[in-house]
Design a protein around this ligand. Structure first.
Ligand SMILES: NC(=O)c1ccc[n+]([C@@H]2O[C@H](COP(=O)([O-])OP(=O)(O)OC[C@H]3O[C@@H](n4cnc5c(N)ncnc54)[C@H](OP(=O)(O)O)[C@@H]3O)[C@@H](O)[C@H]2O)c1
Length: 314
């Protein structure tokens, strides 16, 4: 089967012809129609898992995807051959990922039936970003009457965070360059601040001086997070997807700092499916490219050129 893989950590992802995997007990084999690109894909290609997983090479890249169940392994009950499914397919310990014509998922893993009426290229954009967003908004306890700041709001995770926080009834301040400000407001942001135009805190204070209840941050490093945390009121929460907060330092300032580590699951994905079905969450695909162009798309994401989701057509 055709796949995009790396022959070693740090190598340029390249098209390869690799054996089609076989589903074992409790597993499904999915003929992939589209794969969704996430920053974690190039981080893994760079070696993010090298101290935690014994990865065989070549390693097929990609976590997210959507396709059709082609075959089921022994004991599979929840999903059937021919069903349209989406989810997270990375099995790094077996060198398998979603940037391939076929991928494997565990039936009890983060895979679910595709939302009604959704096309594959949209569905592939959903799993990691939207389940992360849902979990991050949960962790922050976003509630009606609160004011939240979303840092990295224009990215794959951020666009879902903005919608979910707005839907929870919070006032949402979102980071966005000028050209994305209108999109952010359509997704539910009450006001935008442009992170490319000087100090973020001063810009936030200029539009809202009453203190922030929660910062949901998808980009900052520790130095930037410490600075932005000055906007929080006592008892405020700072949730980072980039592991930028020091919970003890935050506690000393009467704040709660949370480094979110993704735990994609079928239950979270099904909650996302329900929100999409109800029209309460939309996922914007910014860019669609053929699988063969994955290396360029990954390089663009690493360079910061992404403004929402990129999807690979398989
Ligand atoms: N811990 C976990 O479980 C978990 C799960 C999912 C994702 N993540 C991580 O979360 C991060 C975001 O993921 P993603 O998929 O949303 O990435 P993405 O789609 O590549 O988006 C990144 C966004 O950040 C914006 N941005 C860059 N610098 C900024 C700044 N200084 N201030 C405000 N916005 C800025 C970019 O907009 P401009 O180009 O306009 O600047 C871009 O829209 C990644 O590091 C990813 O690995 C972690």
């Amino acid at each position: 089967m055709r796949a995009i893989a790396v022959s070693e950590y740090g190598a340029t992802p390249a098209p390869m012809n690799l054996p089609r995997p076989e589903p074992g007990p409790g597993e499904i084999l999915v003929r992939m129609v589209a794969a969704g690109l996430n920053p974690v894909d190039w981080k893994i290609a760079d070696g993010m898992l090298k101290d935690s997983v014994d990865v065989p090479f070549p390693l097929i890249l990609g976590q997210d995807g959507a396709g059709v169940v082609d075959a089921v392994g022994e004991g599979v009950r929840r999903l059937r051959q021919g069903e349209q499914v989406y989810g997270a397919f990375l099995d790094a310990a077996r060198g398998l990922g979603s940037y391939a014509e076929y991928a494997i998922a565990r039936e009890d893993g983060p895979v679910a039936k595709m939302p009604e009426g959704m096309i594959y290229t949209q569905a592939a954009a959903v799993p990691t970003a939207s389940t992360t967003a849902l979990a991050v908004v949960d962790e922050a306890g976003v509630d009606s009457g609160q004011t939240v700041l979303v840092v990295g709001a224009t990215g794959g995770v951020g666009q879902s965070v903005v919608q979910l926080a707005s839907r929870a009834g919070a006032k949402v301040i979102a980071t966005a360059r000028d050209d994305m400000a209108g999109t952010m407001r359509r997704l539910g942001a009450d006001v935008t601040v442009d992170h490319s135009k000087g100090d973020l805190n001063q810009q936030v204070l200029a539009v809202h001086s009453g203190g922030i209840d929660a910062v949901l941050d998808m980009v900052s490093d520790t130095t930037a997070a410490e600075h932005i945390a000055q906007l929080l009121r006592p008892g405020g929460k700072y949730v980072s997807t980039t592991w930028a907060v020091n919970p003890d330092a935050m506690a000393a300032r009467e704040l709660r700092g949370i480094n979110y580590q993704g735990k994609p699951s079928a239950a979270l994905l099904e909650r996302v499916s329900d929100l999409i079905d109800a029209g309460a969450l939309q996922v914007r695909v910014e860019r669609e490219v053929p699988l063969a162009e994955a290396a360029d798309a990954l390089a663009d994401n690493r360079a910061g050129g992404a403004r929402g989701k990129t999807v690979l057509r398989i």
